[in-house]
Ligand binder design. Structure first.
Ligand code: C2E
Ligand code: MG
Ligand code: MG
Length: 759
């Protein structure tokens, strides 16, 4: 089956192509239709003009016939013989009938005398054989017309005589009428003419004239002559109307209107001829047009498919994260809304999880963005694998993922999945030679318990995530209504923090570090504290990243430094350690500010220690190195904090000669159960010693840990086992107490030593 986007493309293409193709076909059909129609019209017009031509030629033939007949009638003797007392039939036969027959081929002749009696035909007494009543009846109208015109031509004089003056406007030559008749099944041309006196001749009486009637057969010869004159071919005389239905023909009619025959001919058909010439050319053009259309349509089809496919890709891109291929925030929300619309899903319960990688920024900063991208893809793949079949996972932002777990009615069920997710993260992500360890924090909201709206559930899962992060990383929290009061947006935190810096609402807690041999407090670490009105203490892990993001860390860090330098005078001889974030190093006047602060509070640089994490080297910024060197040259001690927690810790030792190395507390806490952790700690201590550094172990919570570290040569110890971070005045008390305790411990040890020496 074709993929959906291809089907969609084909549908659009068909919507354009089918009507287009139909239009092309219709255009071709109309062109051919017009050709056939115009050929037909022109054939019809040609046939009409041929018919007119033939009719005209027939008329000409009849006129010529009349003129030929007239050539004998102009002779006076005929008039006198036909009107006089002596009726010489033989003379008439020889001088008229025979003469006309021999000269013009008039095969038959009739004479009608003044009394209206047929007297003479073809020779004496033969006429009865072909003269029928029907024939005479047929001739009657012509005879009457001629008689009438003749009588009208005799103009009366006052003397009572008449003179002959025909009106030649009626007939140019004589008083005659022509026409066609059928004699014994043959068609004849006839001409009826009055036998008249000479022009202007006087006659005594106005009597009807004798009439001469001549016939000439319309035979093949005559027809051929007519055909030649009219330039028509294949002319035939027939008794049936047409050779083929609608074929060219004219009807031949007797004077009384009856049809006596038909002439057919082979019609010239210019239309057909034009059609037969143009059709092949047009067919080639039509084929070319259809071919061209097919090519254009194929192109349109392809382009449309391409367009539909790009559109589908664009839609997909707008709904997916390009890096991981997972749905993005927008689509997750759409899917969530759709899922929550299903009452069955709500009935069975569902969980929305926010899933966030801890310290992802460090991965990007220390190993580069390629490593960060790699980790995101690897985690996305793992999430896909662990996700239940009907679940949804999406990448919401940089290192944040969201999950929808249907069929999740309670916390226990959600916890099962979350613990599976956490287990899945134990396996480090391999990136080239590096093994990247990733931990995650999760926040969960349950539907319908925490709400039914997508927006609400997302917000609550986010609040729960914030809670999980605030309480230390690598854990999860479920949403609880009380969390909402503590949760503020990043902007709100930044605003309040600025206010706290400006209005001196921050504080510093000091955590002592003891010398592992003498037990004396030799250094204290200054740690920022923010007691937020209403909500209480906010852990640095929550507000320091916000301060770094907003640039507020510069002011905040300076505030802590100033406070630590000021307070340092309370504890002479003790080193004060201050945490400085990488952003502070990017500030162009950071070192100047440190120098100015030392001068302002008149503190010996030897008493200040600055703690940096390895992320300070991210981006391999030369200026940072120069700043570190300048500080070190002033006599300030530089410590590498959280050593071992990063990704390429060892390599950073080469970059800069640190004074102090602080072993990450994760190693210390792991020491109890893990021989490997103990081995790593021992190695770090030896490494530090070899490089001439002071080694500090932080996060010591148990005596056992302190003893082990001391026994292995760690120089300084820091942790709850010694003291929690304390406000300055509490530290005063602690130091006083601690001094006494150390003194007592030493005295009892001294007593112990002396006793054993006595024995
Ligand atoms: P850090 O510099 O590694 O500080 C040590 C953290 O470990 C402190 O957490 C401290 O309270 C905690 N800690 C000390 N002993 C123990 C122990 O025995 N067990 C346990 N579980 N924790 C112990 P805190 O104060 O929450 O600070 C967290 C981080 O915030 C610091 O880690 C540091 O990176 C940052 N930070 C704190 N104050 C400042 C500051 O003024 N400037 C900067 N840039 N960062 C600061
Ligand atoms: Mg520190
Ligand atoms: Mg630390």
């Amino acid at each position: 089956m074709k993929p959906a986007k291809e089907r969609h493309g084909t549908r659009i293409a068909n919507a354009i192509i089918i009507p287009m193709f139909a239009v092309v076909l219709i255009a071709v059909a109309i062109t051919f239709g017009l050709l056939i129609w115009s050929a037909h019209i022109s054939d019809q017009a040609a046939e009409k003009s041929q018919r007119q031509l033939l009719t005209g030629t027939l008329q000409l033939t009849r006129d010529q016939f009349a003129r030929q007949q007239a050539s004998v009638l102009v002779k006076d003797p005929i008039y006198y013989i036909t009107t006089g007392p002596i009726y010489d039939t033989s003379w008439l036969y020889h001088n008229v009938a025979l003469w006309l027959k021999e000269n013009y081929g008039f095969s038959r002749t009739l004479l009608l005398d003044q009394e209206g009696k047929y007297r003479f035909v073809d020779g004496p007494n033969v006429y009865e054989k072909w003269v029928t009543r029907n024939l005479l009846n047929s001739l009657q109208p012509a005879v009457r017309a001629v008689q009438k015109r003749y009588l009208a031509s005799l103009k009366e004089l006052p003397s009572g005589l008449f003179y002959f003056d025909p009106d030649y406007r009626i007939n140019e030559h004589t008083l005659s009428e022509t026409g066609l008749v059928s004699i014994k099944g043959n068609i004849y041309l006839f001409s009826v003419a009055a036998i008249t006196p000479e022009l202007m001749k006087l006659v005594s009486r106005r009597t009807t004239p004798a009439i001469l009637v001549n016939f000439k057969q319309l035979n093949g010869e005559l027809l051929a002559e007519i055909g030649r004159v009219s330039a028509l071919e294949g002319m035939v005389l027939d008794s049936i109307p047409a050779l083929e239905p609608g074929g060219p023909s004219i009807d031949l009619k007797a004077p009384d209107g009856t049809t006596i025959g038909h002439i057919h001919w082979q019609a010239e058909q210019p239309g057909q001829e034009m059609q037969s010439r143009i059709t092949p050319v047009l067919a080639v053009l039509a084929l070319a047009l259809v071919g061209l259309s097919v090519v254009v349509m194929a192109f349109i089809r392809q382009s449309t498919r391409h367009l539909a496919s790009s559109r589908a890709d664009a839609v997909r891109a707008s709904l997916h994260d390009p890096l991981s291929g997972l749905p993005n925030r927008r689509q997750f929300k759409q899917l969530l809304v759709r899922t929550l619309d299903d009452p069955q899903v709500v009935k069975r319960g569902a969980a929305v999880l926010y899933f966030d990688l801890d310290r992802f920024k460090d991965i990007n900063d220390t190993l580069g963005h390629a490593a960060g991208d790699w980790v995101i893809c690897a985690i996305a793949e793992r999430l896909r694998r662990v996700l239940p079949e009907n679940g949804i996972v999406a990448r919401i932002s940089g290192d944040e993922f969201a999950l929808l777990l249907p069929d999740c009615p309670n916390e226990a069920q959600a916890e099962q999945i979350m613990s599976r997710l956490q287990d899945m993260m134990v396996q480090p992500v391999s990136f080239g030679p590096d093994e990247i360890h990733v931990s995650v924090s999760m926040g969960a909201a349950l539907a319908p318990r925490d709400g039914l709206e997508a927006e609400e559930l997302l917000r609550k899962a986010d609040i729960a995530l914030y809670d999980a992060k605030s309480n230390g990383r690598n854990r999860w929290s479920f949403f609880e209504p009380s969390m909402q009061e503590h949760v503020r947006t990043k902007d709100e935190i930044a605003r309040e923090l600025r206010k706290a810096v400006d209005e001196d609402l921050l504080d510093v807690a000091y955590q002592p570090q003891c010398d592992s041999r003498s037990d004396k407090v030799v250094a204290i670490e200054a740690l920022a504290r923010w007691n937020r009105p209403n909500t209480g203490a906010v852990p640095p892990a929550s507000f320091i990243p916000v301060a770094e993001e907003t640039g507020l860390i510069n002011d905040l860090g300076l505030w802590i430094l100033r406070r630590a330098c000021r307070d340092a005078h309370r504890w002479p001889g003790i080193i004060v350690s201050v945490n400085v974030s990488p952003t502070q190093f990017k500030h162009p006047r950071f070192v100047d500010k440190v120098i100015a602060t030392l001068e302002e509070f008149d503190l010996d640089p030897e008493r200040l220690e600055i703690e940096v994490t390895e992320t300070v080297f991210a981006g391999r910024d030369k200026k940072t190195l120069q700043s570190l060197k300048r500080l070190k040259d002033l006599g300030i001690k530089i410590a590498l904090d959280d050593f071992g927690s990063g990704y390429s810790s060892l390599s950073y030792l080469r970059h800069f000669p640190f004074d102090t190395l602080k072993i990450d507390q994760d190693f210390i806490s792991a020491m109890n159960d893990s021989p490997e952790a103990r081995a790593i700690v021992r190695t770090i201590i030896r490494l530090g010693q070899a490089l001439g550094m002071t080694i500090v172990a932080e996060g010591i919570e148990e005596k056992q840990q302190a003893e082990y570290l001391a026994a292995n040569g760690c120089h300084r110890l820091q942790g709850y086992f010694i003291s929690h971070p304390l406000p300055a005045k509490d530290l005063d008390e602690f130091l006083a107490d601690h001094e006494i305790q150390v003194e007592m411990k030493h005295q009892s040890l001294e007593v112990e030593r002396l006793r054993s020496a006595e024995y």
